[in-house]
Write a protein that binds this ligand. Structure first.
Ligand SMILES: Nc1nc2c(ncn2[C@@H]2O[C@H](COP(=O)(O)OP(=O)(O)OP(=O)(O)O)[C@@H](O)[C@H]2O)c(=O)[nH]1
Ligand SMILES: [Mg+2]
Length: 322
């Protein structure tokens, strides 16, 4: 079963976004450039379907440039969608966004009809950092863990330009297994909702084929092409995570090191998924989910007649006893 994380405040966020949308001109969805497919929220796509939309691939400084170019081309080919990549802490790049938003809302502008922009995306993707860069001061609280922003915040960028910062939101059911792992590895999922060893193994599986030489260089590993993912994590542990009493590798420690190294860019610029790969995972996840749903419905159809029999028997008894 894929990793799931949809704590209570995300229900409130969903409601707050739905209520705010009628007065919004442009929706900026921040994606994580290291996992653009997995960080795109299908729930937000549903909520914001009729709005002018800008996809921003943030943290591009941590992502593989070639993969980022592929993802940008992928989004730009979608109807009515504009996309750009940036590093939320770089002012010049962030400021391109203001011009892009004004272009998307040509009938707005001026004090009477200010441009109203909503910034949304998964937890920890950099929404508040981007807002702070845009206004040139720390107006929104930021931090390297998911769930920093708790309530919507309205920020005045100029007299005729408002931004709304929103708390990070995932979706109630993550049906693509790889997406759950990628979201957890990148820091978008609360620490208590996943197992670090499991996530590190999935992360190594995603990275080893395209960026294997980076792992080799970082941990001074021998050729590991014939080694399993578990063996690879154990090798990292042997080099870096220390040994437990008795000589066994501390896999928990090794997993934490691997995840932290990925998050801070110690493996270099890495992207975990390409548009083609993600399209395949998405189709497989949807098919599996439809199968599960069909099984659930079949089970409840089987149960239903029994309940009706029981209700009938109860009815007869009460009739008899009356
Ligand atoms: N390397 C890098 N780090 C970034 C970038 N943007 C944001 N960060 C870091 O990512 C972390 C999360 O940033 P926030 O701005 O708090 O993220 P958020 O989307 O507002 O998170 P929530 O409020 O929890 O939903 C912080 O440690 C930021 O410094 C970026 O473009 N590149
Ligand atoms: Mg925030």
């Amino acid at each position: 079963m894929p990793i799931q994380w949809f704590p209570g405040h995300m229900h409130s966020t969903k409601k707050a976004i739905a209520e705010r949308l009628p007065e919004i001109d442009v929706v900026i969805e921040l994606l994580d450039a290291r996992l653009p497919g997995s960080s795109a929220n299908p729930l937000l796509a549903d909520l914001t379907r009729n709005k002018a939309a800008l996809k921003v691939l943030n943290k591009q400084d941590l992502a593989d440039p070639e993969c980022t170019a592929q993802w940008l081309a992928h989004y730009q080919a979608l109807p009515g969608t504009n996309a750009l990549a940036l590093d939320a802490s770089v002012t010049a790049a962030a400021r391109q966004l203001i011009a892009a938003c004004r272009d998307l809302a040509p009938l707005r502008g001026g004090m009477v009809k200010p441009v109203r922009v909503l910034i949304c995306g998964i937890p920890n993707v950099g929404k508040s950092t981007l807002i702070n860069t845009l206004i040139g001061q720390r107006a929104a609280k930021t931090g390297d863990e998911p769930g920093i922003t708790k309530v919507e915040q309205k920020i005045l960028l100029a007299n005729d330009f408002y931004l709304f910062d929103t708390p990070g939101m995932l979706w109630p059911r993550i049906v693509v297994e790889q997406s759950g792992y990628h979201l957890a590895a990148s820091g978008g999922i609360g620490r208590n909702a996943y197992d670090e060893e499991e996530v590190a193994l999935a992360l190594l599986a995603s990275v080893r084929h395209r960026f294997g030489e980076r792992l080799q260089a970082r941990y001074k590993l021998d050729d590991f092409s014939g080694v399993t993912d578990e063996g690879l994590l154990a090798n990292i542990g042997r080099k870096r995570g220390g040994l437990l009493a008795g000589g066994n590798v501390n896999l928990q420690k090794a997993a934490e090191i691997a995840i932290n190294d990925f998050r801070c860019g110690a493996w270099g610029r890495i992207t975990l998924e390409t548009p083609d790969e993600f399209a395949q995972w998405w189709a497989a996840g949807q098919a599996l989910d439809a199968e599960r749903q069909a099984k659930r419905e079949a089970r409840s159809r089987k149960k239903k007649p029994q309940r009706e029999d029981a209700a009938g028997a109860e009815g007869q008894m009460s009739e008899g006893s009356a």
